[in-house]
Design a protein around this ligand. Structure first.
Ligand code: FMN
Length: 435
């Protein structure tokens, strides 16, 4: 277990994060702030004040288009639409902060490894070693359609991603110590003997060239991963420094921790894979007030909007299923990890599709932690201790009020328990995460 719990803010650059119709709440500021770089910078400062390790943007650069084989419900309710590019926000958030890590989801579906390394490593270099990359293979059909690509099957997407990472490592490792001379007198900028010529000719990728960016203060970006099928875990065991998982129950979290440990051992990992679990804190002055807030948010989720999201993520058109019948696991080529999270939500109880959709629409299966700031802090601490996880990815409900409330009400309580840092000891994301 890490000495202290790590906190990561889990966001989407769209009208909502993970709670459908959060933008319609009178207190929600996201619509007003969507086009305001200053508001995003203020949010970054709030997270840094709360000593978060990082902000982490999920991203699916396409629309949920599986439900009824159309996009209408996603558009009508603003279900992660528009999908603005989060990587454009990060330099602005970096400029407003000094310690906050900046992690972004980039799909390996369309962009060649060279370009990904170039952009994420430039951010890493500019931010003094604070960048993180959540490597995803692209589980969304809408993404592939938008990009004019054929979607490979689930396991082959990971095979291709393995080779993608191989190219990235070559590019990241290709500038050796002492490569940059920068001698004004002689005009020698670099020592050609200390810069690798990459010549990768593989099944999926070709790359001939030299590394495009200098190593950052942390060398290269921290690798995050969220695949949780068997194949996904193998990929993560090979590449991930931080795993992100959705497990609606503590039992599922413990099981997941054991699986990741085993996968790490199979791959001879010396460093542990740090695991963070997604949670959704819902605060109130009293437990009853928090519960009412949760119930109100849940009641606002239109079932067809939730079905649009569920269908898109799981790659199944749920309009063909009966709403009020219990649902079992279904084979999918999209996100098997999410399918497992969805069925785990049921936790032994048989839930109907309507109940599952509603719950999914509230927070894609992330565990809601509902209560007073004291209760939320206590629950987070007990989950952290019981599971041995590294920390949590926290999704807010009301933007950005629920983040501000968490930072002012819950973080000080966690700090008093000694469960989270009171100040940063390092400037790079990797070093902060390693504490
Ligand atoms: C918690 C969680 C967050 C994810 N976030 C994203 C994301 O932002 N963008 C994306 O394209 N895929 C995302 N995914 C999908 C996974 O990265 C992965 O591609 C997908 O789940 C299929 O792999 P699996 O079957 O091994 O889980 C996420 C999955 C999980 C479980």
């Amino acid at each position: 277990m890490s000495k202290q719990m790590h906190l990561i803010s889990f966001l989407i650059h769209s009208p909502m994060n993970h709670t459908i119709l959060s933008w319609a709440d009178p207190k929600d500021e996201r619509l007003a702030n969507l086009g305001s770089l200053k508001a995003w910078q203020d949010l970054a400062r709030t997270l840094e004040k709360g000593r978060f390790d990082a902000v982490f943007f999920a991203d699916t650069p396409g629309i949920f288009d599986r439900y009824k084989d159309r996009v209408d419900e996603s558009l009508r309710y603003g279900v992660c639409w528009p999908a603005h590019d989060p990587s454009v926000l990060l330099p602005a958030m970096a400029a407003a902060t000094e310690h906050l890590g900046l992690a972004v989801t980039l799909s390996v579906s369309a962009v060649p490894p060279y370009n990904t390394v170039r952009s994420i490593s430039t951010l890493d270099y500019l931010s003094g070693g604070r960048a993180g990359w959540n490597v995803v293979t692209g589980h969304l059909r809408g993404e592939h359609r938008a990009l004019g690509l054929e979607q490979l099957d689930h396991d082959e997407r990971y095979d291709r991603a393995d080779e993608y990472m191989e190219v990235c490592y070559k590019l990241w490792g290709g500038v050796h110590p002492g490569a940059v001379i920068a001698d004004r007198a002689t005009g020698a900028f670099a020592d050609p003997a200390k810069v690798d010529r990459i010549d990768h000719q593989g099944k999926y990728f070709k790359c001939r060239g030299v590394p495009p960016v200098l190593p950052s203060a942390q060398g290269r970006p921290v690798i995050f991963q969220a695949g949780s099928s068997g194949r996904g875990q193998e990929f993560a065991a090979k590449h991930a420094e931080v795993m992100f998982s959705i497990q609606p129950h503590v039992e599922g979290m413990k099981r997941y921790m054991a699986q990741i440990k085993e996968a790490g051992a199979r791959h001879g990992r010396k460093e542990p894979i740090r695991v963070t679990f997604g949670i959704q804190p819902i605060l109130g002055g009293t437990e009853a007030e928090a519960r009412k807030h949760y119930d109100d948010l849940l009641a606002r989720v239109p079932v067809e909007a939730a079905l649009a999201r569920l269908s898109g993520s799981l790659g199944v058109d749920f309009s063909t299923f009966e709403l009020d019948k219990p649902l079992d696991e279904i084979a999918t080529q999209a996100s098997q990890g999410m399918m497992k999270a969805m069925t785990a939500m049921v936790g032994g109880k048989r839930m109907t599709l309507r109940e599952i959709a509603q719950y999914w629409g509230m927070g894609v299966g992330m565990m809601p932690i509902v209560g007073t700031p004291e209760q939320v802090a206590d629950r987070m601490e007990s989950i952290w201790r019981e599971t041995g996880c590294c920390g949590f990815n926290l999704t807010p409900t009301i933007n950005d009020g629920s983040i501000r409330d968490f930072v002012s009400e819950v973080v000080p309580r966690l700090q008093r328990k000694g469960a989270v840092r009171t100040d940063y000891n390092h400037t790079t994301l990797r070093a902060n995460l390693a504490e």
